[in-house]
Ligand binder design. Structure first.
Ligand code: ASP
Length: 319
């Protein structure tokens, strides 16, 4: 996969997804060492180009790059320049001219990472574009499910909430259906795009029905910044109908996993009693696994050394 872009899960096939997840397994182990650093991307430069604000994804890519010993530079152009297509490409080209080996792009407009990838030689990694895709989020979600349940095939995954404006859900649908998981979506009709059932998923409008028999319940944040105005009467009403409570979760299978990509709106899409319940919630595992998955992506695309399977010689050199 060296030199390729990662713009969306839609572009990946099953074996590439497996390769990324298997590589992340190894990277996860590096994160458990006392010295969480290996020299595999030493001397390479990775640019975090975030046009839209981000906390966890940006930090996660930065930590991932640093654990692989790359030099990571964070660049957050002011959002006023995001409307000017030309200046985005110029910004990206300028950064590449500084010999970037990979450019990670987040933008509020769908398709901008792909447009940037067309003009850059270096691999471009989409860190979230509008309501389109967020591929590393779906990979870390899949990694977490596979780690806990041992497989993806045949797993019943229920995804609840703002389907219309979420990029996380689109990447997850692509990934989970490619890996033969069973995906059920639940949302108010105003938050469901009309064509979504063509993506090989089951759509229901009732949360209790959607949770029945689920192995995984993934809650989505209400994307207020993309909705403009509320797509339902009130946040309280939303919580009463689609908020995940302990009571509602009883319908799921024994051992159900509760996931959320973050940031969470407690009391809107999820009750604290569920989010903080260590028996069901894997929300913080998702964050931990995000670093391993992003290490795997950077390693495979930016071309780390071939010795990654072995204990990496020189581990700890770059403390
Ligand atoms: N952090 C995820 C994203 O950037 C999910 C969210 O913001 O709700 O899409």
């Amino acid at each position: 996969m060296i030199g390729r872009d990662l713009l969306g899960i839609e572009d990946l096939d099953r074996s590439e997804i497996e390769r990324l997840l298997d590589t992340a397994d190894h990277m996860r182990e590096i994160g458990e060492r006392e010295v969480k650093k290996v020299p595999t991307l030493r001397g390479r430069t990775i640019i975090n180009l975030f046009f839209e604000p981000s906390t966890r994804t940006k930090a996660s890519f930065e930590i991932a790059g640093k654990r692989l010993s790359a030099d990571v530079i964070n660049f957050s152009p002011s959002s006023s320049s995001t409307k000017k297509g030309e200046s985005i490409l110029d910004t990206a080209k300028t950064l590449e001219a500084m010999d970037a080996d990979a450019v990670i792009v987040r933008h509020e407009v769908s398709g901008v990472p792909r447009r940037i990838a067309e003009v850059l030689e270096a691999p471009v990694i989409n860190a979230g574009d509008g309501a389109h895709e967020h591929p590393t989020q779906a990979l870390l979600d899949a990694f977490t499910i596979r780690e806990r349940l041992g497989r993806l095939q045949g797993v019943n995954v229920t995804i609840v909430g703002d389907i219309k404006y979420s990029r996380v859900v689109r990447s997850n649908i692509h990934l989970l259906t490619k890996m033969k998981a069973n995906v059920t979506l639940a949302a108010p009709p105003t938050l469901l795009p009309t064509e979504i059932d063509k993506m090989g998923v089951r759509v229901v409008h009732n949360l209790d029905e959607a949770i029945e028999g689920a192995d995984v319940v993934m809650m989505l944040r209400i994307q207020l910044e993309r909705q403009g105005k509320l797509s339902f009467p009130s946040l309280r009403e939303y919580y009463n109908t689609f908020g995940l409570t302990r009571e509602r979760l009883r319908r799921a299978k024994e051992g159900v996993l509760v996931m959320h990509p973050g940031p969470m709106n407690r009391g809107v899409e999820i009750a604290s009693e569920v989010a903080d319940d260590p028996h069901v919630s894997v929300i913080l595992d998702q964050v931990t696994n995000g670093v391993a998955v992003r290490m795997a992506v950077l390693y495979l695309l930016a071309g780390g050394g071939p010795d990654w399977r072995a204990p990496m010689a020189g581990a700890g050199d770059d403390r």
